[in-house]
Design a protein around this ligand. Sequence first.
Ligand SMILES: [Zn+2]
Ligand SMILES: [Zn+2]
Length: 308
Amino acid sequence: MDRGLFLLPSRIALDVTRRQAIGFISHAHMDHAAHHAMALCTEPTARLVRYRLGDVSTKIMPLGEAIEIAGLKLTAHSAGHILGSAMVYAEHDKGTVLYTGDFRLGPSATAEEAQLRSADYLIMECTFGHPNYRLPPRDTVIEMLLEKVHEAFRRGATPVISAYVLGKSQEVTKILTSNGIPVLQHPDIYAISQIYQEAGCDLGDCRPYQGRPVPGCVVIVPPKPITPGGLPGAVHVEKFHVTGWAFDPRRRRNAPQDHWIPLSDHADFDQLIRAVEEVEAKTVFCTHGPKSFVEELKSRGHDARWLE
Ligand SMILES: [Zn+2]
Ligand SMILES: [Zn+2]
């Protein structure tokens, strides 16, 4: 049996991580992509997927334009998660389906804002589907980040931010550079930033890290390499974690002296509820996240089910 989500009867795979004849790739995080015989995705996602998986043949889905594939009408809508991220809306005689993939409502520095659409059935990722998972307003979080970075500079320290190489790193870069703070990036992050730039997403003053910090610049590295040895070439480092999980005390306990900035590229609890209300589906199918979210939706009068 093939596990994963498929649109029937055409068997178009949705974010399945094994090769399929036709597979929709919502975005280029590797838990959503595979080297499909034909990958359906947006143009920036195609660039990012090729960088990560090699020469994948793609059928580009321009945002908001319906295409016909294997007898189904499909439309990609932006998901607000990372550059190129998209939801897919499928029209079938038995009804319409909106599949979100990873998404976030509201503005982003580097992704187009999510466009929800009413559908008969909603298949939604629910990573932060618990009332404990509520994030502060985005502006407050950005202010917090900038303030802590400036404080670190005043203490003569190099702020070193750990963030996912694809998506979060570029978003944090753009937030910093557009507030006058230049960024030095780990080479793995810089390589992906080049693809962002080629896709038309200008990240401002960002350069690769050359083995020594530059006064007034923030350094961004992947989540792993800065623990425990610090940053090569830097003497006085202050570590930052920019993650939606920053509110989780268990995670903070592992590195209590570091700065935790709760900037997420996933919808928090309130945004998930808002999405369900806006889509007005007959049935909501929840994937990822806590299973208790299904009960939460039922208690609010929605027909909800867990999708394994
Ligand atoms: Zn993702
Ligand atoms: Zn994901």
